[in-house]
Design a protein around this ligand. Sequence first.
Ligand SMILES: Cc1ncc(COP(=O)(O)O)c(C=O)c1O
Length: 442
Amino acid sequence: MINIQQIRNNFPFFKKGIAYFDNAGTTQKPISVIKEINNYYENLNCNTHSQNFLSLDLNIKIETTRKNVANFLKAKKEEIIFTKSTTESVNLLANGLTFLKPKDEIIIGISEHNSNLLPWLNLAKKKDLIVKFLLLDKEFKLDVKNLQSLLTINTKLLVINHISNILGKVNPIEEITNICKNFSSSILIALDCAQSVAHLSLDTKKIGVDFLYFSGHKMYSSLGIGVLWVKKENFSLLQNYQWGGNMINSLKEVNIKNKYKNKSDNYFKIDQEKIITVDYLDNPYNFEAGTNNFEAILALNTAINYFKKLQNNKIKVYSKKDNKTKIFNSILEYELFLTEYLVTNLAKIKNLVIVSKSNNKDDFLLSIVSFYIKNINSFDLEQLLSSYNIAIRSGKMCANLLLQHLKIDSVCRISLSFYNTLEEIDLFLAKLQLILFKTNNK
Ligand SMILES: Cc1ncc(COP(=O)(O)O)c(C=O)c1O
């Protein structure tokens, strides 16, 4: 059992007394992660792919992280590619699926973040693919009922998010994958887990997708590290889009007059006499060209360990307001409770619209609550709250298409984490009411 104050003590950032509500933007870092990064530069810094003791040790640590990430996702170690972010993972994928042909069809969720939209739109343009959008149902989740009507024999790829960064609804991924795979087992499914990784257990064995990706910085790790999970059998569909050092076993110039028999495509013709042959490293290493972000990889290991330990803890929360202690079975249960508390109270405010609140009573939001207030500019509201040390986010949240579809210009977003408290939410609600009062929006 752990209480919220103990958790907050793990995060030096909170010494400042800021009510931080932009966890979907990036999370704060526990001291263990910060120490890991310091320790890297104080004691471990070197480059890999060498035989000196520092390099060998670092290699072990990186592979331990890869194994830890794999366990975290119930996947295999050789299915984990380290990237710098979700965005880079999507770009790797969108540039790597070179088998796609003109008039192949790709279905994209309407609620995608631009990072999970623009790489695919560019691919579609380059390859002359047909793009279709999967819209939302009345609960603001991807519309499973409409999916079947979008599928054709030319559908090759479905690209969706687990949780949209505006809507905060958990999409029915298993249902979606079942529909697609029943229609055709060759339809590939790419899942953006940037907003789910810090809240839900991701099980690649169960979820049924082919590719999955997230950023470390949205799950208590540092910037500069992302993960792309590729189901083992799908590596054969994926080509490199970046080349460089640290991705080959050997590279040599060969004189073709010596009757060189080329066994693969991995060669480059130089002239009538010479070719250069390359023997690439096995997967996933040949997708990690150049020097990796080592300190961020080690930080990810620590963040995952921190998060896994918390996931198995019960959380004790004392509420000053009603002098009661409440026990939550998991951080997820606590986050759902906080979100529900926020939604219930926001819903009472006149002229305030919660973007993804539906009429279904069983419906819930997880961590992310986006809203707008008629007559108040979202950006102004964000700024006014800042003057009380309350950090929220406003704007289009890089989900321009979704907002256009919903006919909303911009939103304010509160995104919660297990380290947020009821008192912080009460503070936010009180200051919001004050702002509304002062701006004649009673
Ligand atoms: C759903 C979603 N996908 C992708 C991204 C892009 O993540 P990053 O900027 O870490 O690459 C974000 C960032 O907010 C996101 O919310």
